[in-house]
Design a protein. Structure first.
Length: 218
């Protein structure tokens, strides 16, 4: 059977692409990666061919197209029920989906003030009041998940799940911008960054030749 194609953007910048990519890569799910460089001269034509939203990520599985991050992750869950993409426990799974959805819909100030840029080190930058408020709220969520559900592993619900994939770009941002964290959040960020799939993505990001000016804070 032909594997689905996951269309992604530049690994240095595309936080939304990272999320489903981590799920496919970490859980060893079959897929083919195709990268479309963000916003170059061919972007408009290339993305229009594959994504109804004109955004990445986008998953194409035969004649089916899925163009939204959480929908891609849920489709992978349905196609591969043997993979522990979400926690097994009903309560933990509900909370995991809650924090994942909150990340999906919220924390806009953090994402705006501290764009993902794996190649850069920008300590002290991006500390707007809104971004700091978002970071404080995120740490509260992480601490609660680790306390209530994190036994048996280093991630929010013990083992790595889709909830962690949703927060992986945040972990990357907090490293890039040198944000000081409480001990539990700091250890969690270290676990995300050390994840083999995350290391693979980050190494590729550092080797990319492309630059997106709006995400290159000096």
């Amino acid at each position: 059977m032909t594997p689905p194609i996951l269309y992604i953007g530049n690994k240095n910048y595309s936080s939304w692409s990272l999320r489903p990519w981590l799920v496919f890569e970490h859980f060893g799910l079959p897929y083919e990666e195709r990268l479309i460089p963000l916003f170059d001269e061919n972007w408009d034509a290339a993305i229009a061919e594959v994504s109804p939203s004109r955004k990445v990520p986008c998953l194409v599985d035969g004649d089916l197209t899925i163009w939204e991050t959480l929908a891609i992750i849920e489709y992978a869950t349905d196609r591969h029920p043997q993979a522990a993409i979400w926690p097994d426990d009903l309560h933990a799974r509900a909370v995991a989906r809650s924090v994942a959805s909150e990340m999906h819909a919220g924390f806009a100030e953090l994402r705006s003030a501290m764009p993902m840029n794996i190649r850069k080190s920008l300590p002290g930058r991006g500390r707007t009041p809104g971004a700091l408020k978002d970071i404080a709220q995120i740490q509260e969520r992480w601490n609660r998940c680790r306390s209530d559900y994190g036994a048996g592993g280093d991630f929010l619900f013990g083992a790595f799940t889709a909830a962690d994939a949703m927060y992986a770009p945040v972990a990357s941002r907090l490293v890039t911008y040198g944000v000081e964290l409480d001990p539990i959040s700091s250890a969690y960020v270290d676990a995300i960054i050390a994840l083999p799939a995350m290391q693979t993505w980050s190494e590729a990001a550092r080797k990319e030749p492309w630059t997106v000016a709006e995400d290159e804070l000096d």
